[in-house]
Design a protein around this ligand. Structure first.
Ligand code: ATP
Ligand code: MG
Length: 272
């Protein structure tokens, strides 16, 4: 299939609601992974999702990424109700996701990973050829735009460090005209310096007006880079905060259940 790189739409105004999800639920057989998931993502802001292991964070974003079909609940993208038949449908709606396992192909080069499933070609059938030179050049632009320290677009991914791999996955997610990028624990496996680089990249995307969803177990990181925080416990979204109005201590309490928010979706941001 021949695909053409999309031109980025003009970025949405800062604060525009890009995505709303309410009452999402999802079971895997007997396991109810998600009971009542909520999220709101705005342009030019980083929205964190926090919660203990198994709280339902990845399942929630899996529903938004078209990986899982929710059993119930609603998803709206820019005010339009949506159901996604698969990841391609979510991508077409401008939602790109970097999953916990990154899904890069180790044996391929950086540029090949960036164009995976979106290879540029010309001609058709047996006469079709790939525009390798164009793809390599485009890849260099995509990586360069994020000021990432990736040795070369010709490097094979299996020779890259954890931070560089994360950078390639992020460049891929950010480079395709998406306006919402979901990152599932992007720095969980990284050292201090690599974490700082990835955080810098996240803030760069935010500066460009994208909406970023950041799943993280690191509350210091959440307070450093996020604007909004949604807290999950046992498959439910139980609280919503702006980082400006909260503390690490309060977030820990909300995650563990030591602090209960009686009005989880009250008017903390004035946008509910
Ligand atoms: N494919 C699956 N089949 C069965 N159960 C699953 C599946 N995926 C997740 N679960 C269960 O659903 C619940 C929520 O899992 P999920 O991966 O969404 O949690 P999480 O908040 O992302 O956790 P973590 O912080 O460890 O990544 C867990 O109890 C998990 O065991
Ligand atoms: Mg997870």
């Amino acid at each position: 299939m021949t695909t053409v790189p999309q031109q980025k739409d003009a970025p949405a105004d800062q604060g525009t609601v890009l995505l709303e999800a309410h009452g999402l639920s999802k079971s895997y057989g007997q396991v109810q992974a998600l009971r009542d998931g909520h999220l709101q993502v705005r342009a030019g802001r980083v929205t964190a999702i926090i919660g203990d292991n198994g709280a339902g964070k990845s399942t929630l974003v899996g529903c938004l990424a078209g990986m899982h079909r929710p059993d119930g609940g609603t998803i709206e993208v820019r005010g339009e109700p949506r159901t996604f038949s698969g990841p391609q449908a979510a991508r077409a709606a401008g939602i790109e996701t970097v999953f916990q396992d990154l899904a890069l192909v180790d044996t391929l080069r950086v540029w090949q990973n960036l164009f995976l499933g979106r290879e540029l070609g010309a001609g058709a059938g047996p006469l079709r050829w790939l525009k390798r030179g164009t793809m390599r050049k485009e890849a260099a632009t995509m990586v360069g735009a994020l000021a990432v320290n990736v040795p070369s677009v010709d490097a094979r991914v299996n020779g890259l460090s954890g931070g560089q791999r994360q950078a390639v996955a992020l460049a891929r997610a950010a480079g395709w005209g998406s306006d919402l990028v979901i990152l599932d624990e992007p720095t969980a496996a990284l050292g201090v310096q690599e974490t700082a680089k990835v955080e810098e990249m996240i803030l760069g995307l935010r500066q460009q007006g994208l909406g970023i969803v950041l799943i993280s177990h690191n509350f210091d990181q959440v307070l450093r880079v996020a604007d909004d925080v949604f807290v999950m416990r046992s498959g439910r979204t139980v609280a919503r905060r702006e980082t400006e109005g909260t503390t690490g201590q309060e977030l820990v309490g909300l995650v563990t259940g030591a602090v209960i928010d009686p009005h989880p979706f009250g008017n903390q941001t004035g946008q509910s």
